[in-house]
Design a protein around this ligand. Structure first.
Ligand code: UT7
Length: 347
């Protein structure tokens, strides 16, 4: 083949792929068996059920029972296995697995590689993507585009975090918020070109890292930080600053995504949002006049599960029959980095 022929061949393949759509062929999720209620936390730190519910909307969160062998890896594996079963596919049918997580059981190799091995995916490519609470939405956008340009046919996308493994349970600012969960989807190409992404936004501002971070070594703790609170291996959060960032950025993210799509909020059938704090979600709902049944909230019984929250919400909505083919769905997340990301789909 001459160089010109090769270019023509590639162009033909890409044009053909771009005319195709991308669909979510299946979804699944996994929750650990342990439950940590506000009353449980009130026996560990000075807090109350009333304070936590009022400030966050959380009643309880699900946490791994490590003694039963539950972990980030088992949740990720179960979530993707269920998504594959839902899609009627086998792990070996995938040509890539992306796992959005920051709480790997083992730092090396990637969780995606271990999931691939457990599910018998053979030589399917696999990597982790670290973007904290945005891990799933970033990964979903990357996976969509890889299928859209025609380099991949089927991709398993996992979002999962076991934040309980990073929590100092004497720090009441942080321990009240977080829990553990995993969710997954399987993306494939489709002849229906209308299906797939309508718009996406992926952003980060690394200067904001000190407001939400986990020091790996002592020298990473800022000089000004209280060393009684900031401890190596434990998640640190300046709640007030993150709250201010989240309220503003979340609303701007919705506005920018709608503007890119040339759509208005009332054209969106469902908002599937990172469950950070019920008050942050409520503020966005009010600003855009979104009816309560179109912005899903499960933080009351699940807590904030970082990258696990968006795919878990999606799976719960699909299983409840509240998301169906043909609907327009906006996925939204923001978190440590700081990062923020959206993915607007024709399902
Ligand atoms: O997914 C990652 C993104 N993370 C987030 O979105 C979290 C964003 N931030 C928040 O959700 C909120 O900032 C929190 C829920 C973490 C805290 O709520 P807040 O209304 O911002 O409380 P605050 O930090 O301003 O603290 C108010 C008071 C303080 O006491 P003083 O200084 O007024 O006497 C705190 O010491 O509440 C106290 N406080 C608590 N009291 C009872 C802090 N934590 C607790 C607690 N129980 N757990």
């Amino acid at each position: 083949m001459t160089a010109l022929n090769a270019i023509a061949h590639t162009n033909q393949r890409l044009t053909g792929a771009i005319r195709r759509g991308v669909r979510i062929a299946g979804c699944g999720s996994a929750l650990p068996t342990g439950t940590l209620t506000n009353a449980d936390l009130a026996t560990i730190v000075q807090t109350s059920d009333e304070w936590i519910q009022q400030r966050t909307g959380i009643r309880e969160r699900r946490v791994c029972d490590w003694s039963k062998g539950e972990s980030n890896l088992t949740l990720c594996t179960d979530a993707l296995a269920r998504a594959l079963a839902d899609a009627g596919m086998k792990a070996a049918d995938l040509d890539l697995i992306i796992c959005g997580t920051i709480t790997q059981d083992m730092r090396c190799p990637s969780t995606a590689c271990l999931v691939a091995a457990r599910l018998g995916a053979g030589t399917t490519a696999a990597w982790d993507l670290g973007a904290a609470c945005c891990g799933f939405v970033y990964s979903l956008n990357v996976a969509h585009d890889l299928i859209k340009i025609g380099t991949h046919r089927a991709i398993g996308v996992i979002g999962a975090d076991t934040v309980s493994s990073l929590i100092d349970y004497s720090n009441r600012n942080v321990c009240i918020l977080f829990g553990d969960a995993a969710g997954a989807v399987v993306l494939t190409g489709t002849d229906d070109a209308a299906k797939g992404l309508i718009a996406q936004v992926n952003k980060a501002d690394g200067a904001g890292w000190p407001d939400l971070y986990m020091p790996g070594v002592d020298s990473e703790i800022p000089e000004t930080a209280d060393r009684g609170v900031h401890r190596v291996g434990c998640l640190q959060m300046n709640g007030r600053e993150v709250y201010k960032f989240a309220v503003g950025t979340f609303q701007e993210l919705i506005a920018e995504t709608l503007q890119k799509a040339g759509m208005t909020a009332d054209q969106i059938d469902m908002f599937v949002c990172h469950q950070s704090n019920a008050r942050i979600l409520e503020a966005a709902r009010e600003r855009f006049g979104i009816p309560q049944d179109k912005l899903y909230v499960n933080i009351d019984r699940i807590g904030n599960t970082s990258a696990g929250s968006v795919p878990l919400c999606f799976d719960e909505l699909v299983k409840a029959g509240r998301i169906k083919p043909g609907m327009v769905v906006m996925f939204l997340a923001f978190g440590a980095g700081v990062t923020w990301s959206s993915s607007l789909w024709q399902i």
